[in-house]
Design a protein around this ligand. Structure first.
Ligand code: AMP
Length: 214
């Protein structure tokens, strides 16, 4: 099954993608995670991407498109995948459509996680990620048992560099300008499903599963 998770920063795409991975046994492809890994590696891609990420801007389309195209050819993508954070512009959506068309494949669903803007800033400001295993937590909504220590693996949790309030506001503006038009784009393709993205994580997941047809 090939699925896109669409929605603003902080809508819960990463959290829900991880739950879908367990349910559907297909990989999560998060361009944000791929870029953060590249920054950590210290290679040329990371060096190029970091400046954009730090100011809350999008990394250029051609860089991202090349990265995703290569990733989709990996063996673990044969049965499908969950795209999280890609596409983020109409140009990226068109490139994905072209790649899938060449392979005679279709997208199955685009799930749009709908969360009011006021809630996004609060969610992002409190979110923490484990440096070691990538598990997510939230200082208010789903705190770890010990402050700063991951419940899953005991690793150190941290706040993403681009989750500070000013950068978040810029990322939300970039979303409205460049990514929100994808809602119309995929509505036009007849594959968009709107999911109410507020409430408990499990409740939102149940809505997602239901809209995938159980
Ligand atoms: P995310 O983890 O999805 O919130 O992404 C973090 C940052 O990585 C974004 O603010 C962008 O700078 C960059 N990024 C991730 N995915 C993309 C994409 N599909 N296109 C352009 N930039 C991206």
């Amino acid at each position: 099954m090939r699925i896109i998770l669409l929605g603003p920063p902080g809508a819960g795409k990463g959290t829900q993608a991880k739950l879908l991975v367990e349910r559907l046994a297909v990989p999560q492809i998060s361009t944000g995670d791929m870029l953060r890994a590249a920054v950590k590696d210290g290679g040329p891609l990371g060096g190029q991407a970091k400046a954009y990420m730090d100011r809350g801007a999008l990394v250029p389309d051609e860089v991202i498109i090349g990265l995703v195209r290569e990733r989709l050819q990996a063996a673990d993508c044969a049965r499908g995948y969950i795209l999280d954070g890609f596409p983020r512009t109409v140009a990226q959506a068109e490139a994905l459509e072209k790649t899938l068309g060449e392979l005679r494949l279709n997208l199955d669903h685009v799930l749009y996680l709908d969360v009011p803007v006021e809630e996004l800033v609060e969610r992002i400001a409190g979110r923490r990620t484990c440096r070691r295993c990538g598990a997510m937590s939230h200082v208010r909504f789903s705190p770890t048992r010990r402050d700063g220590v991951c419940d899953v693996c005991g690793g150190e949790t941290y706040q993403r560099d681009d989750d500070g309030e000013d950068t978040v506001r810029r990322r939300l503006a970039v979303y409205t300008e460049q990514t929100a038009p994808l809602v119309r784009f995929y509505e036009g393709r007849g594959v968009l499903r709107r999911i109410v993205g507020t409430g408990e994580i499990g409740e939102i997941f149940a809505r997602m599963v239901q809209s995938l047809g159980g």
